[in-house]
Design a protein around this ligand. Structure first.
Ligand code: NZQ
Ligand code: ZN
Length: 389
């Protein structure tokens, strides 16, 4: 196990009927005017918007709205948000939505205090040290953005979907009411489940020895996500399944699993971001395609861990670690197929002709990976596996 510092400053409020607390939480930070940021309108249909607005009114908090954040949030919307936030002298940001809305809010929060182009934080030219205080009401459990300092934004013109991280971007307070997720289309619930599993796997397979506690927590989270998702496929309003999936997704990327690790591998995420940047598919779909291909490509780097994964997650134990490793990856693909995810680039309409574009896009961030360093050749090999899966 590596040395580590674990410090997560986000206050998390979890449970039914908790969204109405948001106004009081904002007021407790001495904030009187906020930017309210949300997506395409799901919060208006399911009533979350009304609860938030009532809570703001009750606590005498003024707000100005910037809505229309798209999945795979765009830099242009961030610029709009920064401009309006500055013109109106807001003192904080309230994100109400999924990972896309929260990530866009983080970019605005950081951009508010930066005179340059906030894209600099994503291209590695600038570290966000100061940001507006951020509050979130989560409506889709997937990314963990409600309790981490990450933000992923797409620059439309160059089709670069890049990430930044800063301590300043952790939300001050996040509220998760699992009942707000009853209205999620099944597809979005599934995308969230795949994203959460993928975050766990990024740490689980980063090659750090001596991390038994992290491995046990990781396996517990993956098993819980699988179990909860299967319940939700039949009953989207099962409160306990929603709650377990939601808390699992938060725990998957709030720093808990990173403690003592080498920081996670993250090449599957890097390769996926190029897929969703070029094909504008959901992150969870892209991960169902890319992660199994990466697992296949790198399994011999740590065959014992792959053997353990097969045993612990899918009860596979033939006595031969190599066979188990292979069967474990197959079982993961089968589960993704069963819940309705694509597992091949072909299923999203990609062909051999798209591989060069994908490689060119992804290689901008190469070399990537911890378990195995990936350069251009390896990146191409993995995309080809994903194409032919
Ligand atoms: O826009 P609205 O109308 O709100 O609809 C959204 C959107 O269409 C809908 N939705 C959300 N909550 C709902 C709902 N529909 C009905 N009922 C509800 N309760 O779901 C759709 C997808 O939302 P989105 O926010 O895009 O999904 P997700 O939370 O999966 O976020 C994905 C984005 O986060 C990035 C991904 O790459 C992608 O851009 N990631 C962010 C990370 C982070 N900040 O730590 C890490 C991840 O690895 C990931 O890269
Ligand atoms: Zn992810």
């Amino acid at each position: 196990m590596k040395n580590f510092v674990f410090h997560n400053p986000t206050k998390l409020i979890f449970g039914e009927n908790t969204i109405k607390e948001i106004g009081k939480e904002i007021k407790n930070h001495g904030i009187k005017k906020i930017l309210l940021h949300y997506g395409g309108g799901s919060i208006k249909k399911n009533g979350v918007y009304d609860v938030v607005i009532n809570s703001l009114k009750e606590n005498n908090i003024e707000w100005i709205e910037v809505s229309g954040v798209k999945p795979n949030p765009r830099l242009s919307k961030v610029y709009e948000g920064i401009k309006i936030a500055k013109e109106n002298n807001v003192e904080g940001i309230l994100a109400v939505g999924g990972g896309s809305v929260i990530d866009s809010s983080k970019a605005i929060a950081g951009g508010f205090y930066y005179d340059g182009d906030i894209w600099d934080a994503y291209s590695g030219k600038y570290n966000i040290e100061k940001a507006l205080p951020l509050f979130t009401v989560l409506t889709l459990s997937a990314t963990g953005s409600e309790m981490n300092g990450n933000s992923v934004i797409t620059k439309e013109e160059t089709k670069q979907k890049w990430a930044t991280h800063s301590k300043a971007l952790y939300p001050k307070v996040s509220i998760i009411d699992p009942t707000a997720q009853y209205t999620l289309p099944t597809k979005q619930t599934i995308n969230g489940a795949v994203d959460a599993i993928s975050h766990v796997m990024e740490y689980y397979f980063d090659g750090t020895p001596g991390t038994e506690i992290q491995s046990q927590i990781a396996e517990g989270i993956i098993r819980t996500v699988i179990k909860s998702t299967e319940i939700l496929l039949n009953n989207p309003k099962d409160y306990d399944a929603r709650s377990n999936l939601a808390w699992s997704a938060t725990l998957a990327l709030n720093g808990l699993l990173m403690a003592g690790s080498s920081g996670g591998d993250w090449s599957s995420h890097g390769l996926e971001h190029s897929v969703s940047a070029l094909f504008d598919i959901a992150h969870g779909e892209g991960l169902a395609i890319i992660f199994p291909a990466w697992l296949e490509y790198v399994k011999n780097e740590d065959i014992d861990k792959f053997d353990r994964f097969a045993k612990e997650i899918f009860n596979i134990d033939t006595g031969n670690p190599s066979t188990d490793a292979k069967l474990g990856i197959e079982a993961l693909k089968e589960w993704y197929k069963k819940i309705g995810q694509p597992i091949s680039l072909k299923e999203i309409g990609a062909t051999e002709n798209d591989i060069d574009k994908l490689v060119e896009n992804a290689v901008q961030r190469a070399p990537m990976g911890k378990l195995k360093k990936l350069g251009e050749k390896e990146i191409r090999d993995i995309y080809l596996i994903a194409l032919n899966n």
